[in-house]
Design a protein around this ligand. Structure first.
Ligand SMILES: Cc1ncc(COP(=O)(O)O)c(C=O)c1O
Length: 428
C-alpha cells in the first residue's frame, strides 16, 4: 500500500474504528467506476466480479441522467402526490404474481425485512420466525435476531428458530439424495413444533430463496414446496428475502422464488434496486399491507422519494432495454462452464454452483471429506485482487468464492475472470 492509502486507512481507523470492515489484506482505494470496471487512486483498473448493487453497471449513463434530472427538479418525501413512486410501484408489481400487489418503500434491505417482520407478526398474531442456521438478513435490532450466521442477538432470542441450510452438497451423512428434501422440510416442521412447545406462536418462514449468504447452495428438489406445506398448515407466512437475488440476477426470472414455483406472502427487496442509490422495500399481499396500515402508520422520510424512484425506474428501463436477464442466462452459462473446466484441473474446487450471474465455488482440502479450504480461499481472493479481479468469499467456513458481477458482464469479461482465476489457482 502506498503512503497516501496508509494514511487514509489510519484516519479511517481513528474515526470509524477498526471494526468497520474492509475487503482484502491490502485494502482498495477506489475512486471511479464504469460498467464492470473500477479504478483505484493510482489509476489501476479492476474487473468487478463482486458487486451486485450497481446491477446495470457502475455509473450507468441512463441512471446518472435520471438521478441528475430529478435531483435538479424536486426531491421530497412521499406525503405529497408524485408520479415517480406511483409509476415505479405499478411497474414493479407488474413483475410479480397478481396476489403481490402492494409496495412499501424503504432505504435499506434491513428496513424492508423489519417491515416484513412487523407485518407478518401483526397479521398472524405470532412472533416466531424460522430462518436457516447460517442466515444474514440485515442489521436492525429485530432483523439482527435472524442473523444466525454471526449476529449476537440471534443467540439469545426466543422468537427465532433455525433449520439447517438445505444444502445438497454438504448434506448429512447417511441420507440418500432423494430423501434430503424431506429431511430439511422436516427440520422446518421441527422448528414449528419447538415454538409451540415453548409457547411462542408461529408467524412465518423467512428465507432468501437462493440461500445466497449461506453459500448459494443447490437446494434439494422439492424442499421449498414441502417446507411451505408445513408453514401454511401452522398458519405461518412465507417471506422471501430477495435483497440479493432479485431484479433478474438469476436470469430466468425476475425473482428467485419464481424459480421454485412458489408465491410468497411478502417479498423484501433492496441492493440492486437503485443501482447504488438507497432504495429498498417490500412487495406484499394487499390484505396484509392494508391490515398492517390500519394498525400502524408507516412513513419513511427518505424511502421512495422522487430521486430514489427515478433511479429505480431507470434500473428497470436498462434491465429491460439491454436484455440483461437474457445476458445473465447466456454469460452465466459460459462462466459456469469455464468454472467447471477449472474444477476438472484443480482438486481444490469441490463444487461449482451457478444461478445466472451468481456463482459460488466451494474450495475443499479433500473432495471426499469436503474439509473446508478456508486459508486457501482467503489467499485466492487476495491473489485475485492483486491480479486485478475483484471477488469475495462467503459461507460458514469462509471457503466459498462469491462472484456476482454487475449484469452487463459479457464473455470478454468472463474470459478475463476465468484466465485470472486459473493463474491464481496454479500459483496457490
Ligand atoms: C439477504 C440479505 N438481506 C438483507 C440484507 C440487508 O440489506 P441492507 O444492508 O441494505 O440493510 C442483506 C445485506 O447484505 C442481505 O444479504
Amino acid at each position: 500500500m502506498n503512503d497516501a492509502d496508509q494514511d487514509l486507512r489510519s484516519r479511517r481507523f481513528r474515526v470509524l474504528g477498526r471494526h468497520s470492515p474492509l475487503f482484502y489484506e491490502e485494502p482498495l482505494h477506489l475512486v471511479r467506476g464504469e460498467g464492470v470496471w473500477l479504478w483505484d487512486a493510482s489509476g489501476r483498473r479492476y474487473l468487478d466480479v463482486y458487486n451486485n448493487v450497481p446491477c446495470v453497471g457502475h455509473c450507468h449513463p441512463r441512471v446518472v441522467e435520471a438521478i441528475t434530472r430529478q435531483v435538479a427538479t424536486l426531491n421530497i418525501h412521499t406525503r405529497y402526490l408524485h408520479s415517480n413512486i406511483v409509476e415505479y410501484a405499478e411497474r414493479l408489481t407488474a413483475k410479480f404474481d397478481a396476489s403481490l400487489s402492494r409496495v412499501m418503500l424503504t432505504c435499506t434491505g434491513s428496513e424492508a425485512n423489519e417491515i416484513a417482520l412487523r407485518m407478518a407478526r401483526h397479521c398472524t398474531g405470532g412472533q416466531g420466525i424460522i430462518v436457516t442456521d447460517f442466515a444474514y438478513h440485515g442489521n436492525t435490532e429485530a432483523v439482527a435476531e435472524l442473523g444466525t450466521g454471526f449476529m449476537p442477538e440471534a443467540k439469545t432470542t426466543r422468537r427465532v428458530r433455525s433449520f439447517p441450510i438445505p444444502d445438497s452438497y454438504n448434506g448429512p451423512q447417511g441420507i440418500a439424495p432423494d430423501a434430503l428434501a424431506d429431511y430439511y422440510a422436516d427440520a422446518v416442521k421441527n422448528a414449528i413444533d419447538a415454538f409451540a412447545a415453548d409457547g411462542v406462536k408461529f408467524a412465518g418462514l423467512l428465507i432468501c430463496p437462493d440461500f445466497a449468504n449461506e453459500g448459494l447452495v443447490n437446494v434439494p428438489e422439492g424442499f421449498l414446496g414441502k417446507a411451505l406445506a408445513h408453514v401454511r398448515a401452522a398458519g405461518g407466512l412465507f417471506i422471501a428475502d430477495e435483497v440479493q437475488g432479485g431484479f433478474g440476477r438469476t436470469g430466468r426470472h425476475w425473482w428467485s422464488h419464481q424459480g421454485f414455483g412458489e408465491v410468497p406472502d411478502i417479498v423484501s427487496l433492496g441492493k440492486p434496486m437503485g443501482n447504488g442509490l438507497p432504495v429498498a422495500g417490500v412487495v406484499a399481499r394487499a390484505d396484509l399491507v392494508d391490515r398492517f396500515g390500519e394498525w400502524a402508520m408507516y412513513f419513511n422520510t427518505f424511502g421512495g422519494n422522487p430521486v430514489s424512484c427515478a433511479a429505480a425506474l431507470a434500473v428497470l428501463d436498462v434491465l429491460e432495454q439491454e436484455k440483461l436477464l437474457q445476458n445473465a442466462v447466456d454469460t452465466g452459462a459460459y462462466v459456469a462452464s469455464g468454472l467447471r473446466q477449472l474444477q476438472s484441473r484443480h482438486s481444490l474446487i469441490g463444487d461449482v454452483r451457478d444461478k445466472g450471474l451468481f456463482f459460488a465455488v466451494e474450495l475443499v482440502l479433500d473432495r471426499a471429506s469436503k474439509a473446508p479450504a478456508t486459508q486457501e480461499t482467503a489467499r485466492l481472493v487476495n491473489a485475485m485482487r492483486q491480479s486485478g479481479v475483484l471477488i469475495s468469499r462467503i459461507g460458514r467456513h469462509d471457503n466459498i468464492l462469491k462472484m456476482r458481477p454487475p449484469m452487463p458482464f459479457n464473455r470478454e469479461h468472463a474470459d478475463l475472470l476465468l484466465a485470472t482465476l486459473g493463474e491464481c489457482l496454479d500459483k496457490l
